[in-house]
Design a protein around this ligand. Structure first.
Ligand code: PHE
Length: 334
């Protein structure tokens, strides 16, 4: 019985040791054969118990040998497949966020702090959401402001030329008060150069409630530019968009100490970063919002431009070339 306990607790990770164990118990001159030889000398009344015990021992030893062999063979084949499983792993290299994502996330973060949510719309749009609902009826001359890529004509399906299409979708599906920003990719049939591309990214902003004024718009933009660029001055220049009235273009001023750093300002210090205005009553009507009760503002800015500015990148094409040497440089940015 002692031997049974010994057999049960035996273990090893060495195939030779298993063989030695087998010989010790099950071999020709092994423990078991000794016990079997002993059997005839055991008094008759103890024969039954003795016989049962050595059979148990035999079974325990046979099973143990099988078990250990199987386990060791499996380890051996795993090791052949995978090598030493205890070796240290290869260090995984961390990637970097794309500068467009970095800037987009910053913008989302800044507006979410003042209660704006994030909304999205499709890149392939219909005429209504990209143009008509935004107060650009067919044959409106302002359609020429945007060189459109058409997917299909009549009915017109196109690659959206601005994220203002998401304003329309959001107003159609949500009741005021509305505070939302809509980041996304837009397309325009423009010659590709260091300064412009046929696709780029915008963030649209929309705020609709009772008694929203132009002062609210200006203060929101001042808050935004200060958060994004640090202490900054902005100016609003009168402009024209069919979907806002009045409309303005927003410039930020790069302070004197940075003016020479930012060659992109071309020496003036003022740089245009977005378009904005009070949502035209016609647009509200088109989206089933009563302009007698509600008013609001909208703005749209290019993310690529801001990314070039913040990271002092000289060519917009770098943003879509996927050159690892370029992308790697953003590892330290979040
Ligand atoms: N959609 C305009 C553009 O792409 C920007 C804009 C958005 C202007 C909202 C005013 C209000 O240039």
């Amino acid at each position: 019985k002692e031997q049974i306990a010994e057999v049960s607790s035996f273990t090893t990770d060495n195939l030779d040791a298993v063989e030695a164990f087998r010989i010790k118990y099950l071999g020709k001159k092994g423990v078991l054969n000794d016990f079997f030889a002993e059997f005839k000398n055991v008094p008759n009344e103890q024969k039954k118990e003795f016989g049962q015990t050595i059979n148990q021992l035999k079974q325990a030893a046979t099973e143990k040998v099988e078990l250990l062999k199987q386990a060791l063979e499996q380890n051996a084949s795993e090791e052949k497949l995978f090598g030493d499983l205890t070796r240290p792993g290869n260090p995984t290299e961390l990637g970097a966020r794309h500068p467009i994502s970095i800037v987009k996330n910053k913008i989302i973060d800044i507006f979410s702090r003042i209660g704006f949510n994030v909304s999205e719309g499709p890149e392939i749009e219909d005429d209504w959401h990209n143009f008509t609902a935004l107060n650009l009826p067919e044959y409106h001359p302002a359609r020429d402001m945007q060189d459109t890529f058409f997917v299909q004509t009549n009915p017109d399906i196109l690659l959206r030329t601005h994220t203002s299409s998401v304003q329309v979708r959001y107003m159609e599906n949500n009741k005021p008060p509305i505070r939302t920003i809509s980041p996304g990719r837009v397309y325009r049939n423009e010659a590709i150069s260091a300064r412009s591309h046929c696709f780029f990214h915008q963030v649209e902003g929309l705020y609709i409630d009772k008694d929203v004024s132009f002062a609210d718009l200006k203060q929101t933009l001042q808050y935004f530019t200060t958060e994004l660029f640090g202490k900054s001055k902005i100016r609003l220049r009168p402009s024209y968009f069919p979907f806002t009235e009045p409309s303005a273009e927003v410039d930020v001023y790069w302070g004197l100490e940075t003016e020479t750093d930012y060659k992109m300002t071309k020496g003036t210090g003022w740089l245009e970063i977005m378009g904005c205005g009070m949502v035209d009553p016609n647009v509200l009507k088109n989206c089933n919002i009563d302009p007698e009760i509600y008013s609001g503002f909208a703005f749209g800015m290019g993310i690529d431009r801001i990314a070039l500015l913040l990271h002092q990148i000289s060519d917009i094409r770098l943003l879509s070339e996927n050159d690892i040497r370029f992308l790697e440089q953003f590892k330290s940015s979040l």
